[in-house]
Write a protein that binds this ligand. Structure first.
Ligand code: ADP
Ligand code: MG
Ligand code: ZN
Length: 294
């Protein structure tokens, strides 16, 4: 146990040092070019603008410092390339035939980003079929938060599980804790496509570990899922057991409860407000809309 906590501490220090160094590098380059503060990182505010030579001057952090911090946080958030373009401002809700749930979802997402309070820890569960814009909204939210200086981290659910599994490989340097520490500790975590892999005991344990750790520390988690927010066994229980239909359903359909278990599903309801997106795949909609206008 002591060895474990010793190890945690050391890893923590190393990680902090790395982040600080990366931050410093950015601050320095931005500051060197900054005409506002001439590289000091501070700018002077004259107390009385009408008398600029007044002795009573105040200093404040230069904007270049804030920009540099956001830039460091953005790099650290690990938003995948294909979602880099996603912003709340570019989320369309008025395409012909767009489902009204999109506009409501955008309002909730914007409100969430505006009112985010790190002490509160409330998260979001964004539910909807493929292509309804769940990941777009989640990324849009964390970009807004990053601009306010809040540390965020994006992880695809499958990717995270793969990275943890890979850390058990004796030939790699990374430990499980190296992967998990930022996941536990970031202010805001996006877990994209929760439940997208077949559940095994290990998957279940790992997901509970992560969600419970974040819940206990009152940290915000934004989750997206394609799975219907229904109880374990919902589909199967409506069918005659061992029928062909039951077998097919079991293969194809799964509910959130099937994939992460009922205790975790109800934990999510405690941790998160729900945003539901209805409607069709945005990419198909956008294509047919642009075809109509041609
Ligand atoms: N309402 C929308 N406005 C603008 N772009 C959208 C919208 N919905 C989806 N997209 C775009 O369509 C693609 C698929 O959306 P995505 O967020 O990945 O869907 P999901 O995560 O629900 O499967 C992305 O490139 C995204 O930017
Ligand atoms: Mg997605
Ligand atoms: Zn400056």
């Amino acid at each position: 146990m002591r060895v474990q906590s010793q190890r945690r501490k050391i890893l923590g220090r190393i990680e902090l040092r790395r982040i600080e160094e990366a931050g410093l590098k950015l601050v320095k380059t931005a500051a060197e070019l900054c005409p506002q503060c001439a590289g000091t990182g501070w700018k002077t505010l004259s107390a009385t603008p009408s008398a600029p030579e007044d002795k009573d001057r105040r200093v404040t952090r230069c904007d270049c410092q804030l920009r540099a911090r956001s830039q460091t946080l953005l790099t650290g958030a690990r938003i995948p390339r294909r979602y880099e373009h996603c912003e709340l401002g570019s989320y369309t809700t008025d395409l012909p035939g767009a489902n009204p749930s999109l506009a409501l979802a955008l309002i909730s997402a914007s409100k969430f980003a505006q009112e985010y309070d790190p002490r509160e820890g409330a998260g979001l569960l964004i539910i909807g079929k493929i292509g309804t814009g769940k990941t777009h909204l989640a990324v849009g939210i964390i970009k807004e938060l990053i601009n306010k200086g809040i540390p965020c981290l994006f992880y695809d659910y499958r990717e995270l599980l793969k990275e943890i599994q890979n850390s058990y490989n004796t030939t790699v340097q990374t430990t499980e804790l190296d992967v998990l520490r930022p996941v536990f500790e970031t202010d805001v975590l996006v877990l994209d496509e929760l439940g997208a892999v077949k559940p095994t005991e290990w998957v279940g344990d790992t997901v509970s570990l992560i969600l419970n750790a974040r819940y206990n520390d009152n940290r915000t988690t934004i989750i997206t899922t394609n799975l219907p927010n229904l109880k374990k066994g919902t589909y199967k229980s409506n069918l005659i057991p061992s029928s062909k239909e039951a077998a097919e359903q079991a293969m194809q359909d799964a509910t959130l409860g099937d994939r992460i278990g009922e205790p975790m599903r109800s934990r999510l309801h405690e941790m998160c407000r729900i945003i539901e997106l209805d409607g069709d795949d945005f990419r198909k909609g956008a294509r047919s809309a642009s075809a109509r206008f041609r």
